[in-house]
Every structure is written in structure tokens, then in C-alpha cells.
Design a protein around this ligand. Structure first.
Ligand SMILES: C[S@@+](CC[C@H](N)C(=O)[O-])C[C@H]1O[C@@H](n2cnc3c(N)ncnc32)[C@H](O)[C@@H]1O
Length: 449
């Protein structure tokens, strides 16, 4: 284990004890030996210190459900920032596009199916990493939970952990996992982790709390093998970035990232309407403009879904207040608004209208539920389905490179040749900075540096 420290007071942890060494004369060599730790300082330059473990072994990890390697990137960042040496000894993902990107970036070919990995013949490793598939748990998915057999891929992690007993496990999933199936899922996970011999600490994280302009609430599971557990909670290190939405943007990008013609037209149409509304106008819930002009009979109205009836009822005051304006506007754009169901639904989530407000001051996503307009401080969560956000200010979709930046992958990360695959991959990936914070805090707490 190697790391560079900049301090004239050197605090060395090994796994079980703390030793504090004061360094005053930096010209001298310093060697401190304690069980399995040697600190050597042969050619000290001011406070530049190298901490090296006796065996000099790398920290080994496996990257399960590796995707494009968000966990792997977090370890690489540790190496880059503090020279902490690690090595990925096995990756695994069933998606061939992910495997291709993984190989391109890390020169390691992931195994194609976790179920086929034989835990009895695996090499040893210190940590198991895994953002296990979240489709059955996330709001974006169908919430089938354990009925969907993918939900049970978590059991594959347990199968491997039971046999290999790594020191740590770093797992990740959507926040919703805490609630789903009346909390039965999270109870099951907690039970299994404990039964396998690990102490679990949960962390709720989102890039936007760490100076990265993406809102993405995720749960990290840090599991520490019981014999190593030191009875103290891990405290997260406070490092933050300071990036704004503008920092994420590419200066120039291909025209293919422009909005589709119809989307552009429909957004401009809605914008025309909004500009005629008063300042401070409340815009929720979703405005269902086509329903407002459909003249349902009482009988028909009764047969509508409850949410639709509710929204239509709540839309009445705004429709009444701007009746003249809306009638004229709808007549002009009716054909376009009826072209796709979503075009007629404005899901404004950006608060009351501001003076001279515009839809293009915000992030926009064309979703099944409507044209969603969100505040522009944070990009909406990247998801693995094709609702690539439009950044209103530049009137275009995010590019794959911009998605990579939002997920804190480095600039030299090699992207998939397919944009579609890239969007999916970054939508599925862990945020590298958040993951790095989790791993660094844990390893620091357990005396690795
Ligand atoms: C939430 S993503 C993980 C993303 C990853 N943590 C990253 O940073 O890119 C889950 C991954 O599990 C993979 N997967 C699903 N079933 C699998 C299986 N049976 N064996 C291996 N991987 C599987 C999917 O292809 C997907 O890439």
C-alpha cells in the first residue's frame, strides 16, 4: 500500500492501531516498524512522505455488474490522487456493449454472467464492488421486486462473499430500495449481509451535495467484515467539487444532438403560452391541455383514470384565468399538440413563473408523463432510458461526453461508438466522485492511508 502525505505530523494507521510520529528533521530517514507496516523515507523532499506496506501488495477488488466501471474509476482516482495502488482482478457484466467499453478502458475482459462465476476457483480479493441491477427497484422500472428474477442477483453477491470473505463490500442501488415492497427488500438485504458476516453502514448520497450539478439520490452499502469492524461509524470525508451546469457543457458538438424538429416546435409553442402568463403564476399539477379541449361527457369523464380526473379538476382555475389566451393559442397549435400524447402535457416542476420566464431557462425531458421542466441548477438524474435531458439554455440534448462529465468519468474515458449505448451506460453507472468518497472514507477509516 503506498500513499504520499503532505504533513509534518505523520499519523500512521495500521488495521488495528494508531501510531503517531512527529517528523521534525525531514533530512533524516524515518523507518517505523509495527507488525506489518514499514514507513520509509529515503529521499524526503520537504514533507513528501511515502507510506508503504511491508509486502507492498496492491489492494485487490472485483467489479461485479461492472457496467462501464464506475467503481473501477473510483479506485483509479484513489491511485491518481494519493497513489493508493489497487488492482481489479475480475469484472463481470452481461451486456456486451458494456464489456466492450470496459475492455477498451481497462484492458480487462469482463465475465459475461455472474451466475456462472465459480466462487471456489476465484482468486482472492480484498473488496467486492457491485451496483447490483436496479430495474426491479427503481421508480423508472416496473417495481416488480422479487417477482423479477433480476432482483435476486443480489444473492449472487452473497454467494461469492460467503465463500471468499473479502474484507469489504461496496454495493450501490437506488434510494427507492429502502421502501420497496413494504421495506421487505431492504430487510432481506440487511439480514443477508449480517448473516454472511458483515457489519453494514448505509450512506445516502447524491452528486449535487458534492458540488456536481446532477441530482441522483443513491444508497451505498458499505459492508465491513465483522472481525475487522472497529466499532466506530465511518465518517465521510468532506471533499467537494465546484462544478456548475455550464462546466459540464462541450463547447462545440454535432448537430445530431439538436432537438428533433417536432420537439423544438412544441417547446416553442408552450413557451409562447407561458410568456403570456403572469409572474408568480403557479403551474402545477401537470397541465393536460388536450383533455381540456376534449369536451368529455359526464359519463366519459367518470371512466377516466383517477390521476387524470384529478389533474383536470386542478387545471380548471388556470384554464379559466387565461381562457381567451389559451383558446387562441390552442387553435393555432392544436395539430402539433395532438401529434403525441406527451406534447399536450406540461409537467412544470420549476416553481411559480418568474418575470419574463421561459421554458428554455430550464432542463427539459420528454417523458411518458409529459414535457417535464425542471430547475436548471442540477441536471435531472440520468436514467438508462432514452429521455436524454435537453439543456434549455443551449436548446439541445446532452452529449455522451457531457453525461460522462456529470458522472465524473475522466476526460480520457473512451466512450462506446454507439450514442444509444453510451446514454444507457452512463444512466446505469455509479457517480465516480460519490463512489470514490465512499471507498476513500472507508479505507481511510480502516487505516489504509
Ligand atoms: C446498475 S448497472 C451497474 C453499473 C456499474 N456500476 C457502472 O458503474 O457502470 C447493472 C449492470 O448489471 C448487469 N447485469 C445484469 N444481469 C447480469 C448478470 N446476470 N451477470 C452480470 N451482469 C449483469 C447489467 O448489464 C448492468 O450493466
Amino acid at each position: 500500500m503506498k500513499t504520499k502525505l503532505h504533513a509534518n505530523k505523520l499519523r500512521i494507521h495500521n488495521k488495528f492501531e494508531n501510531i503517531v510520529v512527529e517528523i521534525n528533521e525531514v533530512e533524516n530517514d524515518i523507518v517505523v516498524e509495527n507488525n506489518d507496516i514499514v514507513v520509509e523515507n529515503n529521499d524526503l523532499v520537504e514533507n513528501d512522505i511515502v507510506v508503504e506496506s511491508k509486502d507492498g501488495e496492491e489492494f485487490k477488488f472485483i467489479d461485479m455488474f461492472s457496467g462501464i466501471g464506475g467503481f473501477h474509476q473510483a479506485f483509479l482516482k484513489l491511485e491518481k490522487d494519493i497513489k493508493f495502488k489497487s488492482k481489479c482482478v475480475l469484472a463481470c457484466d452481461s451486456d456486451k456493449n458494456c464489456r466492450a467499453v470496459y475492455f477498451d478502458n481497462y484492458e480487462l475482459e469482463p465475465h459475461p454472467n455472474i451466475k456462472k462465476i465459480d466462487e471456489k476457483t476465484m482468486d482472492d480479493f480484498d473488496a467486492l464492488c457491485g451496483g447490483f441491477p436496479c430495474q426491479p427497484f427503481s421508480n423508472g422500472g416496473k417495481k416488480q421486486c422479487f417477482k423479477d428474477k433480476k432482483g435476486l442477483l443480489f444473492d449472487e453477491i452473497i454467494r461469492i462473499a460467503k465463500h471468499k470473505k473479502p474484507k469489504f463490500m461496496f454495493l450501490e442501488n437506488v434510494k427507492h430500495i429502502l421502501k420497496v415492497s413494504d421495506k421487505k427488500v431492504i430487510e432481506y438485504i440487511k439480514f443477508k449481509i449480517n448473516e454472511t458476516g458483515y457489519v453494514l453502514q448505509l450512506f445516502e448520497m447524491s452528486p449535487h451535495l458534492y458540488g456536481i450539478p446532477q441530482q441522483r439520490q443513491r444508497i451505498f452499502f458499505v459492508c465491513v467484515r465483522k472481525d475487522l469492524y472497529n466499532d466506530k461509524d465511518i465518517e465521510l470525508i468532506e471533499d467537494k467539487l465546484n462544478k456548475t451546469a455550464e462546466d459540464i457543457l462541450e463547447e462545440k458538438c454535432d448537430e445530431k444532438y439538436n432537438m428533433k424538429q417536432d420537439v423544438s416546435k412544441v417547446l416553442h409553442a408552450w413557451d409562447e403560452l407561458i410568456q403570456q402568463f403572469d409572474e408568480n403564476q403557479k403551474m402545477s399539477p401537470t397541465i393536460l391541455i388536450n383533455d381540456a379541449f376534449r369536451n368529455y361527457s359526464d359519463e366519459e369523464f367518470k371512466t377516466l383514470a383517477n390521476w387524470r380526473k384529478d389533474y383536470m379538476t386542478k387545471n380548471k382555475p388556470i384554464l379559466k384565468k387565461y381562457k381567451k389566451i389559451i383558446d387562441k393559442w390552442y387553435k393555432k397549435h392544436k395539430e402539433l399538440l395532438l401529434k403525441r400524447e406527451v406534447y399536450g402535457k406540461l409537467e412544470w416542476q420549476a416553481g411559480p413563473l418568474k418575470k419574463d420566464d421561459s421554458i428554455f431557462n430550464y432542463f427539459i425531458q420528454i417523458r411518458q408523463s409529459g414535457i417535464r421542466v425542471k430547475r436548471n441548477k442540477y441536471f435531472p438524474t440520468l436514467v438508462a432510458i432514452s429521455q436524454i435531458p435537453i439543456f434549455g439554455k443551449v436548446k439541445r440534448h446532452l452529449t455522451p461526453r457531457e453525461c460522462a462529465r456529470l458522472q465524473c468519468f475522466p476526460e480520457n474515458f473512451k466512450l462506446s461508438e454507439s450514442d444509444r449505448a453510451s446514454y444507457k451506460q452512463f444512466g446505469n453507472a455509479v457517480n465516480v466522485f460519490n463512489t470514490h468518497t465512499i471507498i476513500k472514507s472507508t479505507l481511510k477509516h480502516y487505516g489504509y492511508f
